[in-house]
Design a protein around this ligand. Sequence first.
Ligand SMILES: CC(C)(COP(=O)(O)OP(=O)(O)OC[C@H]1O[C@@H](n2cnc3c(N)ncnc32)[C@H](O)[C@@H]1OP(=O)(O)O)[C@@H](O)C(=O)NCCC(=O)NCCS
Length: 172
Amino acid sequence: MDLIIREPVLSDVEKMLNYINELITERTYILLDKIQDIDSEREWVRRRVEDIENKKVVHFVAEDKKSGKIVGGCDFLRKEFRESHIVEMGISVLKDYRGKGIGKRLFNRCYSASKELWGDDVKFIRLKVFENNQIAINFYRKLGFEVVAKLPNAIKWNDGKLIGCYVMMREF
Ligand SMILES: CC(C)(COP(=O)(O)OP(=O)(O)OC[C@H]1O[C@@H](n2cnc3c(N)ncnc32)[C@H](O)[C@@H]1OP(=O)(O)O)[C@@H](O)C(=O)NCCC(=O)NCCS
């Protein structure tokens, strides 16, 4: 499959809405659990594009060249003040597109763009992952992350039970 890896733009609102709602409908390992509407998504994309312009965020999406569908995304958010040596990472790929190297490509693209943008000012990449998300934990380990902490009762899972989150880190 031919992919375009690029930054999101304002005109992506509908594509981004379809993307996030597909993940929410799957009830996968992301924080959002309520279907989003076009107005909230427009506002989210507007703010996101602003944050990219202001160098607060590095964000890339993977677009299927043939269909124009957005099938994956990865972002690095620069923390502020006494935490400004840290970026927090998020990543997801649509179900039908997993296991094809897209997550790794998105990570590498975000990483190289972030290095260029923030250089030695950033020292660590940090993320949170649900404790029951073994696939993502393996994925992050392969990228050099290790578990540094556990947050108990951090997430209400699909069955209503409270589960923990691991905090994972690697050097930038
Ligand atoms: C985690 C996620 C982003 C990985 O993306 P992906 O595109 O499927 O991953 P890739 O195909 O790039 O795989 C990269 C590496 O991880 C490993 N990996 C990915 N999925 C795997 C699986 N199901 N089982 C074992 N290893 C797996 C691959 O073997 C690969 O290793 P390699 O480079 O040595 O071949 C994806 O599974 C996803 O979106 N999951 C749902 C949302 C989610 O959990 N997001 C993270 C929230 S913290």
